[in-house]
Structures are given as structure tokens and as C-alpha cells.
Design a protein around this ligand. Structure first.
Ligand SMILES: *Cc1c(COP(=O)(O)O)cnc(C)c1O
Length: 424
């Protein structure tokens, strides 16, 4: 499937012509500069672009609210009471889960805490948590404060899975040795499935196996994985996962997150949890005076009646995902990112290196490009040229060509501009 690329723009044009997903770009709003020229947008890993159909989905709910008030809970075109259920099947398919394992609720960091309430049950001897080195700050803060909440000192009980000296990427063998040495004291692994900084995509099944061998629970943060790679959560065997929907899921700033709780816990009422009225059996929820009777599966972790406007944006996006399918999206993604990698290496600039793994199975769409001796002015010049990328100090440009709406020509033009700026 991997095409052999050539350096000129003709290659980009040909790849776009042959791209069966090319027409999806037109289903998104691409930001433009004052002259109407489209930006080269490579930050779908931070905030995905808006599908054009999102507005209609939001408008529908605004209209139903205007016309029906509280009756909208049952009478709206998409009744609000079961609204989250309309999202479950598509969401489950995207992460490779069964519908009973998935629900859309809350935001990511909130969900990490709720998952840890259930899956981080430390004892005096088994209490440590492993995270990957350079974890996203929110995850680290969540884990540190969970440890403190249970009376442990993060400096002793938070363990980082580190890359080897002089390396940037993680090696699964090192997690294995870490577990061999300290596994008896480790209660939980909470690992970013795709690292936000390096773009490295980890083998979730292997991580789950290693953790479970030592009696640890295994949770995955999929913020950079969902809608990007195919994590096959059910098959991987991890205990839980959580993600947001505003990155590759294109569901709008601050939109709701999702969780996965493995089927093996679907009917396990012994798990501790924080509950609310939305955790309660739907048949008796509105009797208001019934004792707590938790819904089986992931839905049983819901607390509140959810914000429908945010869910409407997620619904709009999921319809596009249904239309294209993750297999096709991933196939284009591998080709598009391969093309970016090819062009960057073609620059033959010895200041530039790519820290993301070369193997497509070990990365999603993002490449993290390191530019020696660069500073933020490089990023500013790119932005002035309407190349929207993400800068991470000290010297890394994170660049995510998104198969839904980025073209091969976007990639070509981006690298041409990078070359111009570096040679100036
Ligand atoms: C984007 C991201 C977050 C953000 O968390 P919110 O609760 O949605 O603000 C957290 N963790 C990771 C790994 C992320 O990539």
C-alpha cells in the first residue's frame, strides 16, 4: 500500500487525486486568512476542525428546546433522556469496544479521577502508580493528587516509565523490568496510549498483559489515540480507558469525553465508585426515592444528566466517522504521515530530526519534528505563513496531518514553507 513518493508537487497532486477520502475535506470548515486562502492546519491533535454539519445538529437541539422546553427530554427529535445512547455504538466501534463498555460523559481529567476511584484501590503494600515519562500534565496532577488523597507521598509512590539514557522513546522491555522489580508494590498503570509529545503509540495489549501478570490494574489515556489509531480496547484487555473528543474526534472545544470499562466489570457491583442519579437504573431513576441500583456497564459510571449541546456536536462528528470508517481513515493516515516524513527527510537538513517512531504501527498521524538550535521564533514564522502547528519547548514542532481533512498538497506546501523559513 505504501506508495513510493517523489519530491515534487506533482506527487502530492497525484496522491490527492487518487485519495478516496479527498472529498471529506469539503465537509469541514477550514480556517482561512483575510485573502480567503486556507490555512495549513496541522493541529487536529489539539483542536479538530468543525464539521459543517455540526451547526445543524446544534440548531436542532436549540429549536427543540425553544419549542418544547422540558418536554424535549422525551419529545425532541432526538430525545434528550436517552441522548447519550445515540452515541454509544459509533463511539464503541471507533475504539474497538462493545457498546456496554463505552459511554460519553464528563471531561477527560474528571473521568480519569472517577476511573481511579474504582480502579485504584491501594493497600499498605500495593499502592504505587506507574505513568509514562513526560505524561500530559493533567494526568500527572490527577495521579499525584489521587496518591495524596489516599495518604501516599507522590515522590515515593509515583513511578515513571522512562526512556533509556540518550533516547526519547519508551521501550516495553523497560516496563517489564520495572514490573519485575516493583510489581508487587504497584497497584495501577496509567499510561498514555499515544504520547502527546513524541507521538509514540504503545502496544496496549502487551501493557495489559504485563500489568495483569503482577496483579496491577491497567488504565489508558486515549486522548491522542481516539479517532487516530485503532486501539482495539476490548481485545487489548485493559481495565479502563478515558479520552476527550475535541482532538481527533472534531467535537468542539471542551466537548465531553468518553470512557471504556472492560466488560469483565459490567456486572461487578463490588467495585467502589462515586455515583449520581445518572448511575441509577433507568426504570427507577425518576421514582427519586429508590435505593441505588447501578446500571450495568460503563453507563453505571455516569453522574449527571449530560449537556445535550456538546453531545449534539459529538453526534455530528460520529456520523462522519461512521461514513468513512476507521479502517479507511487509518489507511490514508499512514500514507499521509509517511509522505510528511518522506518530505521532511528529503530536506536533508542536519538540524532536523523526527523523534516519532518510524514504524507506522508505533505511531498515529502526528510527527514530532525536532529542530536543533531553534526557538519559538520558528514557530511564529510558520504561523505568520498560516502554517498552524504546535510548538513544544525547547525545540519540537508537533505536526498532525489529519486524514479527514488534510490533503497531500497541504503537507507538501507546509514542508516547502518550513524549508524557506529554515534557509532564510
Ligand atoms: C488533551 C489531553 C488532556 C486534557 O484533559 P481535559 O480534562 O480534557 O482538559 C489530558 N490528558 C491528555 C493525555 C491529553 O492529551
Amino acid at each position: 500500500m505504501l506508495t513510493s513518493y517523489t519530491p515534487g508537487i506533482e506527487c502530492a497532486k497525484e496522491l490527492d487525486q487518487k485519495d478516496p477520502l479527498a472529498h471529506f475535506r469539503n465537509k469541514f470548515h477550514i480556517p482561512k486568512n483575510a485573502d480567503g486562502e486556507e490555512w495549513l492546519y496541522f493541529t487536529g491533535n489539539s483542536l479538530g476542525l468543525q464539521p459543517k454539519q455540526t451547526k445543524n445538529h446544534l440548531q436542532q437541539e436549540l429549536d427543540d428546546w425553544a419549542n418544547l422546553g422540558v418536554e424535549g427530554h422525551f419529545e425532541a427529535k432526538n430525545p434528550w433522556m436517552p441522548y447519550h445512547e445515540f452515541l454509544t455504538e459509533s463511539m464503541a466501534e471507533i475504539v474497538g469496544a462493545k457498546p456496554i463498555e463505552v459511554v460519553i460523559m464528563n471531561t477527560l481529567t474528571t473521568n480519569l479521577h472517577l476511573m481511579m476511584v474504582s480502579f485504584y484501590q491501594p493497600t499498605k503494600t500495593k499502592f504505587k502508580i506507574v505513568i509514562e515519562s513526560d505524561a500530559f500534565p493533567s494526568d500527572r496532577y490527577a495521579v499525584e493528587t489521587q496518591l495524596q488523597f489516599h495518604g501516599f507521598d507522590p515522590t515515593e509512590s509515583l513511578i515513571e516509565w522512562l526512556p533509556r539514557k540518550g533516547e526519547t522513546l519508551l521501550n516495553i522491555d523497560d516496563l517489564e523490568s520495572l514490573l519485575e522489580m516493583q510489581g508487587d508494590e504497584i497497584a495501577l498503570l496509567l499510561i498514555g496510549g499515544v504520547n502527546y509529545y513524541t507521538g509514540q503509540s504503545l502496544d496496549l495489549k502487551k501493557i495489559a498483559e504485563l500489568g495483569h501478570q503482577k496483579g496491577c490494574k491497567v488504565g489508558i489515556d486515549l486522548a491522542h489515540g481516539v479517532g487516530n489509531i485503532q486501539p482495539n480496547l476490548h481485545e487489548s484487555g485493559v481495565d479502563f480507558a478515558a479520552w476527550c473528543t475535541y482532538k481527533y474526534m472534531n467535537s468542539g472545544p471542551g466537548s465531553l469525553g468518553g470512557i471504556f470499562v472492560h466488560e469483565r466489570y459490567a456486572h461487578d457491583t463490588s467495585l467502589k465508585r462515586f455515583a449520581g442519579w445518572w448511575s441509577q437504573n433507568k426504570a427507577t431513576r425518576f421514582d427519586m426515592r429508590q435505593p441505588l441500583d447501578i446500571i450495568p456497564g460503563a453507563e453505571g459510571w455516569q453522574l449527571s444528566n449530560p449537556p445535550i449541546l456538546s453531545m449534539a456536536a459529538i453526534k455530528a462528528s460520529l456520523e462522519l466517522f461512521n461514513e468513512v470508517g476507521m479502517d479507511a481513515l487509518r489507511k490514508k493516515s499512514i500514507q499521509l504521515t509517511g509522505y510528511l516524513e518522506y518530505l521532511v527527510l528529503e530536506l536533508k537538513n542536519d538540524r532536523i530530526s523526527i523523534i516519532t517512531p518510524k514504524d507506522p504501527n508505533q505511531r498515529g498521524c502526528q510527527l514530532s519534528i525536532q529542530v536543533k538550535n531553534a526557538d519559538k521564533s520558528l514557530h511564529e514564522k510558520l504561523t505568520q505563513a498560516h502554517v498552524i502547528t504546535d510548538w513544544r519547548t525547547p525545540d519540537v514542532i508537533r505536526c498532525a496531518p489529519v486524514p479527514f481533512y488534510n490533503s497531500f498538497e497541504d503537507v507538501y506546501r507546509m514542508v516547502e514553507l518550513l524549508k524557506l523559513i529554515l534557509n532564510a
